[in-house]
Design a protein around this ligand. Structure first.
Ligand SMILES: NC(=O)c1ccc[n+]([C@@H]2O[C@H](COP(=O)([O-])OP(=O)(O)OC[C@H]3O[C@@H](n4cnc5c(N)ncnc54)[C@H](O)[C@@H]3O)[C@@H](O)[C@H]2O)c1
Length: 324
């Protein structure tokens, strides 16, 4: 019986379906996740008997691929997520081991969390609860979303999901995304520049990829935001200069910052931990039961396809075909 070795701690964590799909196909599942992503050496230790690997953030570098190729047992690597920067896809391609990932199935889950962060930040829900638990009765006031101009930077799957939800709250919504044609914005006001979005929004929410040239919201960009504006970042920590955000919170230029992503995770020693009016969650935007089930089932089906020689819908190919 072929063995699927699961390194990702979140595969099927909140739903039994993904493991069941594998079991129904006659595959044995061996869970091997540690408390932290595995090093290449640790992944190599899991290779004996593995026909498939389900990886999270574990380091599957060229040394792992070489060892897998030498052993000749591993027939597919499945990423339980979208980004494959922790997998040497080119090395895997050279070794003839397909890499599959889970397409973006989490946009609804992240958009839901973003609305939660916005409402909690604006109405100061965590602070109110804290004061109440400490024996007080801190009645706090904040704005309604319908009073605010909300600016969305990055109008992809999650950005659009946030816009759809905001419509239900009667917010006035604008978006900046230079890579989309004007007709992709529907009823949402499109701004031509990031600066315009920052200058005309009471609340800015980020939904673009990381890996930009330096932080998108550096000190100067933050200074362009309206005094007393709120900022939400459920995309990538590196999109903002976290020190500049902390300074803007302390000076009151920013009224609040909610983040589900940080430059370092967990953000040990981050200036955000000491800054006022922050609402910080541990990169949990994608963690709903429904999304967890969909992601796991998608990975399980891709593995079954790979092991049975069926076409792969979600194969990741090397970025540069010529890289050797
Ligand atoms: N918090 C979480 O758990 C979680 C989960 C999934 C994704 N994410 C992050 O959310 C972000 C958005 O994900 P998505 O699924 O919507 O991606 P997506 O690819 O569907 O959309 C991203 C959009 O950003 C736009 N964009 C790229 N560079 C830009 C720039 N410089 N300025 C403005 N727009 C720009 C692109 O044109 C695209 O439309 C990513 O950073 C992703 O890593 C976070």
């Amino acid at each position: 019986m072929s063995e699927v070795v699961v390194l990702s701690p979140s595969f099927g964590r909140w739903s039994p379906e993904p493991a069941q799909v594998l079991a129904d196909a006659g595959l044995r599942v061996r869970r091997a996740a540690l408390g932290a992503p595995m090093t290449p050496q640790q992944v190599i230790g899991q290779l004996p008997g593995a026909a498939a690997l389900i990886v999270g953030l574990d380091a599957v570098d060229a040394s792992v691929i070489e060892e897998a190729a030498r052993r000749g047992e591993l027939r597919v690597i499945a990423k339980h997520g979208v980004g494959v920067d922790n997998i040497d896809v080119a090395a895997a391609a050279r070794a003839g081991i397909p890499v599959v990932h889970v397409p973006a199935l989490n946009s609804g889950a992240v958009a839901d969390l973003v609305l939660g962060l916005m409402l909690a930040l604006l109405r100061r829900i965590p602070e109110a609860q804290q004061g109440l638990r400490e024996g007080g009765w801190p009645v706090l006031a904040g704005p309604e979303l319908s009073e605010l101009a909300v600016g969305i930077a990055g109008f992809g799957r999650i950005g659009r999901g946030v816009a759809r939800r905001l419509e239900g709250f009667d917010a006035s919504v604008a978006a900046f995304d230079p890579f989309l044609p004007p007709d992709a914005f529907g009823s949402v006001r499109r701004t031509g520049t990031l600066e315009e979005l920052l200058e005309t929004s009471d609340l800015v929410t980020l939904h673009l990829p990381g890996g930009q040239d330096g932080p998108l919201l550096d000190e100067a960009a933050i200074a362009r935001m309206r005094p007393g504006a709120w900022l939400v970042n459920a995309a990538r920590g590196e999109l903002v200069d976290e020190h500049a955000v902390a300074r803007a919170l302390r000076s009151g230029h920013l009224a609040g910052y909610a983040a589900d992503a940080f430059t370092a995770e967990p953000p040990t020693g981050s200036p955000l931990l000491e800054a006022p009016n922050t609402l910080l969650t541990p990169h949990m935007g994608a963690y709903t039961r429904a999304t967890n089930a969909r992601m796991g089932v998608s990975a399980a089906r891709s593995i079954i396809a790979a092991l049975t020689g069926a076409p792969l819908d979600h194969e990741v190919r090397p970025a540069e075909e010529g890289r050797r």
